[in-house]
Design a protein around this ligand. Structure first.
Ligand code: SF4
Length: 475
């Protein structure tokens, strides 16, 4: 065979499929960002936490699906659209009732504006929530009968791989397009709704998801795509570009085939390891319930060997959004001590700890929400008392009284201190403030002798300061 011939992929009947499920755009992106995360999600089936922004986006998608699923004109009324929105509301992932209420109101605003802008020109779409499934067949540059070489951008770096022919076969693809409109010249306009942060036309020009949609729709529906549209719902802005050129589609196909081949080879290695006599003895294996030692956060089992196809590529920003840190070879040492191979790790206590962390975070959120609510109620009571010229009011269990307090602020604080000092009132306003002295002691530039003198005047104790931070949106 000559060098670099174009050859079709090997047909699936020649080899058993190793992919655990068809690849979606999001699965491919997950693999390209961090192959280990893909494995944890799709092979080990670790669960991600619910996130409010996914719930919010999904609810709006469901409401618009209802709107566009109208079988005949006229379209549903605004009231019907909002009714569907409330009926499909997903509560998962919101930090507090207050946050959920804010988003619920924001969703109403978005749909009202959407309706005002789009209802008059409503047309029944060609497809709503169009689900595609197909096998990607793609001719490859294969150097020799043994396989192909690829360049694949993984974790934002171009990496070279050589993959054996046995892993190069058509790739099962799956996905859902929000809406497809058919134009008068028999083209397909693809619409994808976005509910996250604002973006510009550059994103739409490069968005690989839209390229995937184009490829899938043209493959399955046999018509050419006209426009690719990302509709930013919060700002009611449809960003539209012409269909991708052939080069972009070919590049995407190369990426998919390469990623699938690497995943298959990684799966074959995992399978081989799982079927080894040692693994059999330990009860390890793909599709078998792993023993606690393998499942517990922070304990990776007896061998932590990760096939290069599922290597973790850690980056602080990316990993801070990843729910799988307790299971990831890059991070799990931070979550628990490595359990000895022969002993079952403390799964119960790890789960208990995770529960406590979430409980603590939620309680703190509730405290903040309650404080904000108490402040609002206080303002309303003060307004009422002033209006009625009362200074006291009673409930069944509590009473309140209103005291007017004067508050001063001073621009030039140094002058104020100097004035007080000169008048001989210094001692009345100055006393050592422990928190400020503490701050001074933590200052790395504090002269050593001053630190020592201050140390001799006090005594030090140690206690745990717990900071809680919400795991936030990645979009
Ligand atoms: S924590 Fe980071 S390196 Fe580990 S799986 Fe998640 S994204 Fe990958």
């Amino acid at each position: 065979m000559s060098e670099e011939q174009l050859l079709p992929l090997v047909e699936p009947k020649e080899r058993k499929e190793l992919l655990p499920r068809p690849l979606s755009h999001s699965a491919i992106q997950t693999y390209l960002r961090c192959p280990q995360k893909w494995k944890l999600k799709y092979v080990d089936k670790k669960e991600e936490k619910p996130r409010y922004f996914f719930s919010f986006g999904k609810t709006l998608h469901l409401a618009l699906e209802f709107f566009y699923k109208a079988k005949a004109l006229p379209p549903p009324s605004l009231e019907e659209l909002l009714k569907a929105y409330y009926a499909h509301w997903i509560s998962e992932g919101y930090a507090s009732l207050k946050q959920e209420e804010q988003y619920r109101a924001e969703g109403v605003r978005i749909l009202e504006e959407y309706y005002r802008k789009n209802a008059a020109a409503f047309k029944i779409p060609f497809f709503v929530e169009y689900e595609y499934r197909f096998h990607l067949r793609h001719d490859l540059k294969i150097r020799d009968a043994k396989g192909a070489e690829f360049e694949l951008e993984i974790a934002r770096h171009l990496r070279r791989f050589r993959v054996e022919a046995e892993y190069l076969q058509p790739v099962p693809i799956i996905g859902v397009v929000d809406r497809i409109d058919k134009t008068e010249d028999d083209r397909l306009d693809i619409v994808d709704y976005k509910t996250g942060k604002a973006f510009d036309l550059d994103r739409v020009r490069e968005d690989p998801q839209l390229t995937m949609y184009q490829m899938a729709c043209e493959e399955k529906l046999g018509l050419l795509v006209g426009k690719l549209i990302l509709y930013h719902l919060p700002s009611q802005t449809p960003f539209s570009v012409e269909r991708r050129g052939e080069a972009a589609v070919l590049a995407l196909k190369d990426t998919i085939v390469a990623a699938a081949a690497l995943i298959r080879r990684g799966m074959a290695k995992l399978k081989g390891a799982a079927e080894s006599p040692e693994a059999e003895q330990l009860g390890l294996g793909l599709g078998k319930a792993a023993p606690a030692a393998e499942r517990a956060p922070g304990a990776g089992g007896c061998e932590d060997a990760v096939p290069e196809e599922f290597k973790p590529y850690a980056e602080d920003t990316k990993c801070s959004w990843c729910d799988f840190k307790p299971f990831c070879p890059e991070w799990k040492h931070l979550f628990a001590k490595q359990a000895p191979c022969e002993q079952a790790p403390a799964l119960e206590s790890e789960l208990q700890l995770a529960k406590l962390v979430d409980q603590y975070g939620r309680l703190k959120d509730e405290v903040h929400a309650l404080e904000a609510k108490a402040e609002d109620v206080k303002k309303e009571i003060v307004g009422n008392l002033r209006e009625k010229r009362y200074v006291r009011a009673f409930g069944e269990a509590y009473e309140v009284s209103l005291h007017d307090e004067e508050k001063w602020d001073f621009q030039d604080r140094e002058k104020v201190l100097e004035t007080v000092r000169r008048a001989g009132y210094w001692d009345k306003i100055v006393s050592p403030m422990v928190s400020l002295v503490q701050k001074l002691m933590n200052d790395p530039n504090l002269p050593i002798d001053l630190r020592e003198r201050l140390s001799r005047l006090g005594h030090k104790t140690r206690h745990g300061a717990l900071r809680v931070k919400k795991i936030e949106q990645e979009d």
